[in-house]
Design a protein around this ligand. Sequence first.
Ligand SMILES: C[S@@+](CC[C@H](N)C(=O)[O-])C[C@H]1O[C@@H](n2cnc3c(N)ncnc32)[C@H](O)[C@@H]1O
Length: 453
Amino acid sequence: MSAVQPARRIALDVILAVRESDAYANLLLPVRLQRAKLSEADAGLATELTYGTLRRQGYYDAVIALAAGRPVEKIDPAILDVLRLACHQLLSMRVAQHAAVDESVQLAKTVGSNSATGFVNGVLRTITRTPVSEWQDRALASAKNDDERLGILHSHPVWIIRAFRSALAAEGRDSELDDLLEADNVAPRVSLVALPGESTVAELDAYAATYSPVGAVLDGGDPLQLEAVRAGRARVQDEGSQLAALALSRVRPVVRGERWLDLCAGPGGKAALLAAEAAQSGAVLVANEVVPARAELVRKALAVFDPAPEVWELDGTTVGDDHADEFDRILIDAPCTGLGALRRRPEARWRKSPRDVAHLSGLQSNLLDAAITALKPGGVLAYVTCSPHLAESKVIVEGAVKKWGDAIERIDTPAVLATITGETLDLGDTKHAQLWPHRHGTDAMFIQLIGKV
Ligand SMILES: C[S@@+](CC[C@H](N)C(=O)[O-])C[C@H]1O[C@@H](n2cnc3c(N)ncnc32)[C@H](O)[C@@H]1O
């Protein structure tokens, strides 16, 4: 029997930690890779094994249930993790079968009993006896309905598939559902923002982004190799997030002395871009974040500016109490399910539940109400979520319009974005902008600009 390759060991350790301790793979894996000092090739293998296994878990579970002849809920969870990791190698990576099976059996020994090791060996031998394409057909045939079939094919929970379909259907484009689900299974390239006045896209040795005038895309490599990133003058930031911040800062010319508020600022990505934009135009930014540790991250993100913007630690739902009619521009980048960023957080889709949506939508409405109160008459706010779920996006805005009536007005956000990007984005015929990974190459950001009359 061969020794287990470090890449497989690390991948399993991270997958176990994700399930047992709610770890985030995108935070834990880089730490483990650095500690193990793996070669670039082995680090790449460990990343593919970890992310691929976590993303495609739904599909692999369907195959494992068939091969084991029992529902996956009846399999010891650590042994199931070993089987999922092996499935990724056998069904998606096509590594040599004997290496995948032998090393998985070795790994099973470290987390289970002797009988569990025999079980892993038996299930994996069964899987290797049938061609990969046939496993897909058999798994799809085991689905009880069309949504379950899609769930197996693209490895997404059914409730998320339904939420995405509703959001696309609201634009009359539900035929794009397959493309969207597949886009979630591809890790995005590293996207950077060159903070205006601090850095330039040209300095970053990267491609100019498609839409954001301050965005760049790295072809590969570690962004921390760039001096501008190490110094905080440029940051890793999705292009959709950049557009959300710019929609607010560039919706119309800035009058010197304007007061801006980033209501939910942690960890500070959009606050940094807003602070740069404010410094360029003579506005003053205040950033707010209710969780103290995250407020500290905001302070770090803003340390590059002199003077650095003030950071408050208020519950954002109360900001209207002491700050009514105070701010000219407010960003509400609301806490949300993050369903729009599934491609960068491989385990996230399995952690969320419809209950999260119900809980968050109440908070989102309250934050929006508080921000409207804190906005000066004549001011503008941006309501933003990194989720296309209608209950967190369009429905929240419609609720505010119903409640506030003529006191607020929706601003044509796609038209504002077109002036920023220099071209019309392919968006629905709506006042809000819903970006999509499969259509725009960004996270699925929802952006609605609202004016206070
Ligand atoms: C989507 S994140 C913001 C991301 C941030 N704008 C950025 O670009 O880095 C939402 C943030 O809102 C914070 N938050 C949650 N409830 C809040 C509340 N009641 N008041 C203020 N912030 C809150 C969360 O802790 C989280 O840091």
